[in-house]
Design a protein around this ligand. Structure first.
Ligand code: DOR
Ligand code: ZN
Length: 349
């Protein structure tokens, strides 16, 4: 049993991560490799990663950016488009480094323009994925301009997810970065290979933190932060021990100039202190003894992977997160940058 001042856990798995590409990898890969042994890598590059060969070339660029003293395994995904062919799914299934396919409703978020407008058009591909057991990762928000941004996740469940599950109940699904009590209840009611990821920022914050006393662009992400009651439902789910809920940071780097902007980009760069942030959330719920399952076991189990053989340790020791880091030609603000954190992560080398 862990003492309160030290928690040792298998190296965690980040089941939802944006690393970007090119020069950005120097910052983003180092930050995640310090925290995680493995991560499921999002394919929303420009152009989108729609082919296995592109995803594998991206994997090589990520591996080349891993600092020499760290180990980090990228688990690659493909970007679902209406033009995708069933043969690409067959190739993905045969390729051991590709783990899933990501569904972005077109226009829902950053770099989602190449995404799906009509689910009917991708049904043959989804049917093939169901046959082969390749999971679908879903950004679960409708894009209908008549639907309020705070309701887009709940409406997606009603309009898209429930009908999809009825048509294809055997398709393995991860509903990514859930933000509402409705999503928690929906996941809890599912059977079969169905799970959800939870971010640290949605476990720690509600929309007041973003909007009261000034507008704070570093809290702006999609799906957007919701009311406090939703945060409490998410925290209860994350700390419940239910294996269908697991860690996915959705760490989404944008340069300081793109965040502190009249039209701020959506995304929180949580990777530099991800585990420490999750530990704060679990401490609030008095559930630090559940953190290892959530961060290191449930996600691995969903993807059929062994639990990481290496360990890391969280120490109850305050330290200050830098207020910015070098990024591309400028700087990036880590989520909670400049603040004092209550936990510090030490990783076994
Ligand atoms: O806030 C977000 N940022 N949500 C997403 O779904 C995408 C991400 C990004 O890529 O910046
Ligand atoms: Zn994401």
């Amino acid at each position: 049993m862990n003492s309160r001042s030290r928690i040792t856990l298998p190296r965690p798995l980040d089941a939802h991560l944006h690393l970007r590409d090119g020069q950005a990898l120097a910052t983003t890969v180092a930050a995640s490799a310090r925290q995680f042994g493995r991560a499921v890598i999002m394919p929303n590059l420009v152009p989108a990663l729609t082919r296995c060969q592109d995803a594998l070339a991206y994997r090589d660029r990520i591996l080349a950016a891993v600092p020499p003293d760290l180990s980090f395994t990228p688990l690659m995904t493909l970007y679902l488009t209406e033009g995708m062919r069933r043969e690409e799914i067959d190739r993905a299934h045969d390729e051991p480094d590709i783990y899933a396919v990501k569904l972005y409703p077109a226009g829902a978020t950053t770099h989602s323009d190449a995404g799906v407008r009509h689910l009917d058009r991708v049904m043959p591909v989804l049917e093939r994925m169901a046959e082969l057991g390749l999971p679908l990762l879903i950004h679960g928000e409708v894009t209908d301009p008549d639907i309020d941004i705070f309701d887009r996740e709940a409406v997606f469940i009603e309009r898209v997810l429930i009908p999809l599950r009825r048509r294809l109940p055997e398709l393995a699904i991860v509903l990514e970065h859930i933000t509402t009590a409705e999503a928690v209840a929906y996941v809890q009611a599912q059977s079969g290979r169905f799970a959800a990821t939870l971010t640290a920022h949605h476990l720690l914050h509600d929309r007041n933190d973003m909007l009261v006393g000034g507008m704070r662009p570093h809290f702006f992400c999609l799906p957007i932060l919701k009311r406090r009651e939703h945060r409490h439902a998410l925290l209860a789910a994350a700390t419940s021990g239910d294996p269908r809920f697991f860690l996915g940071t959705d760490s989404a780097p944008h340069a300081r100039s793109a965040k502190e902007n009249a039209c701020a980009c959506a995304g929180c760069f949580t990777a530099p202190a991800a585990l420490e942030l999750y530990a704060s959330a679990f401490a609030q719920a008095n559930a630090l003894d559940r953190l290892a399952d959530f961060a290191s076991r449930h996600g691995a189990h969903f993807y059929g992977l062994p639990v990481d053989a290496h360990e890391c340790t969280l120490i109850a020791e305050s330290w200050q997160l830098p207020d910015e880091l070098p990024y591309l030609d400028g700087r990036i603000v880590p989520f909670h940058g400049g603040q004092t954190l209550a936990w510090r992560l030490e990783t076994e080398r």
